[in-house]
Ligand binder design. Structure first.
Ligand code: PHE
Length: 445
């Protein structure tokens, strides 16, 4: 697609909405709290924030700059900037990551649909956390029920992707995200004021650094990549749709702050409640699906809040899946000159193969393992702990050492229009700190 007719996000707000829509999702509300619960609370949070600042911000800025400068998909953008090198392979790796992430993400997204249904039919009322936990296990291990929801979820997401960047992605994020924000704050207030809730806040904000070891460090880094949608070409693809006037540094700052806030607020909503209600914080993937329904069960008008919360959670998941689908669809349509419609359908069907494998990991295939991991855990770990950090490492090398500094500066300063006070700090982070930091963490695990 030539520069002139490439689709653009229509406004600054739309850029932030789309990128934040990608970043904010199950990673913040489902994955972050349960990882934090498993890896010792506040110490994990401190590490996480450190990784967001030192790696997340410079890498996101680089991805946007690569995409906007290359004006192409995740693979093509590298090739445009450096036609002779092999750096485009980073994009190919990103496409593979997108498939694997969608494989397990679609399953958890499907769970959110089931929980909308359960909330609508008032199934949380009067249940304690033990019976909610039993209910979760029964549902997630069912051979096909979770899959039907995952298929429905993917079908709707594919439909939105088919409508194209403007119609689909922009509109679905702009209004619903602020609403999600508000409801999480409300839940947080309820959770903190439950009897014994304070203990949960201590767990969350009072770091015990003796709990840090190499696997905690790797998980915190992986979570930073996962939550900010980095290291796999997503922000490169979206960056290519950003118009030349957008201030990339501002967009990055806004998206990062929003994403981190939602994650921390989700943790504030979950941990005090978990401590108060006797849910084990190290529970695992079912944490949010057990804890919050227990809170709803105790809230006046709980059913209403439950329905609203799970609808908003599924919307947040959908805007993330859409950005994942877009990575693959943009790549295939642009590199192989194919039409958007058949490509979207084919990609969605291919993803569902991975969804089946992930979903069965909780039931009939729970003993089928590779490297000791079920398919679900394998897709999750392979992406957040290996492929995305590796992608981030290579992207930082590309931006710091391969892309001419002048091109980078021009892209980030909008051809010299903006003053860049911290450009040298950014350059230092992307050239030295990011690649070395990622390498050290990855080699240590
Ligand atoms: N960042 C999303 C979340 O936190 C997940 C995601 C990862 C989306 C990678 C796109 C790319 O839920």
């Amino acid at each position: 697609m030539s520069k002139e007719n490439r689709i653009n996000f229509s406004s600054k707000m739309a850029v932030v909405a789309a990128a934040a829509g990608s970043a904010v999702g199950l990673g913040n509300i489902w994955r972050f709290p349960y990882e934090l619960g498993q890896y010792g609370g506040a110490a994990f949070l401190v590490l996480y924030i450190l990784f967001v600042i030192l790696l997340g911000i410079p890498i996101m800025l680089s991805e946007f700059a690569i995409g906007r400068s290359g004006q192409s998909d995740a693979v093509g953008s590298f090739r445009k900037i450096d036609p002779r090198g092999k750096w485009w392979l980073i994009g190919v790796m990103g496409v593979i990551s997108a498939f694997l992430i969608m494989g397990f993400y679609s399953v958890v997204s499907g769970w959110t649909f089931e929980y909308i249904y359960q909330a609508l039919t008032n199934q949380f009322a009067g249940k304690d956390s033990a019976s909610l936990a039993a209910g979760f296990t029964e549902f997630s291990s069912h051979p096909y029920r979770p899959l039907l929801w995952a298929v429905l979820f993917m079908a709707i997401s594919a439909g939105i992707v088919l409508l194209g960047v403007k119609e689909g992605i922009e509109k679905s994020t702009k209004f619903l995200m602020p609403l999600l924000f508000i409801i999480i704050i409300a839940l947080g207030i309820r959770s903190v004021t439950l009897p014994g809730g304070i203990e949960g806040l201590t767990f969350l904000f009072h770091p015990d650094f003796s709990k840090i070891n190499s696997s905690v460090i790797l998980s915190a880094m992986g979570q930073a990549f996962f939550s900010l949608s980095l290291g796999m070409g997503c922000m490169i693809t979206y960056g290519s749709y950003v118009n030349k006037k957008n201030k990339l540094t501002h967009t990055v700052a806004e998206v990062t702050v929003l994403d981190t806030l939602v994650a921390v607020l989700a943790a504030v909503a979950i941990f005090p409640a978990a401590f108060s209600l006797g849910v084990n914080p190290g529970q695992g993937p079912e944490l949010v699906f057990i804890t919050l329904p227990s809170v709803f069960a105790q809230l006046p008008g709980g059913q209403f809040w439950a329905v609203l919360f799970f609808i908003l959670l599924s919307v947040a998941a959908m805007t993330s899946i859409i950005s994942l689908l877009e990575v693959v669809v943009a790549y295939v349509t642009e590199e192989f000159k194919l039409k958007r419609e058949p490509v979207t359908v084919a990609v969605t069907l291919a993803v569902l193969v991975f969804s089946v494998m992930s979903s069965l990991s909780f039931g009939v295939w729970k003993d089928v393992t590779i490297f000791g991991l079920t398919f679900f855990d394998l897709f999750d770990n392979a992406t957040s702990k290996v492929l995305m950090p590796l992608g981030g490492l290579l992207i930082s090398l590309f931006a710091g050492w391969v892309m001419p500094v002048e091109t980078l500066r021009r892209e980030i300063s909008n051809a010299g229009e903006l003053k860049l006070k911290l450009f040298n700090v950014y350059l230092f982070l992307i050239r030295y700190i990011a690649p070395l930091g990622i390498l050290l963490v990855m080699l240590n695990f």
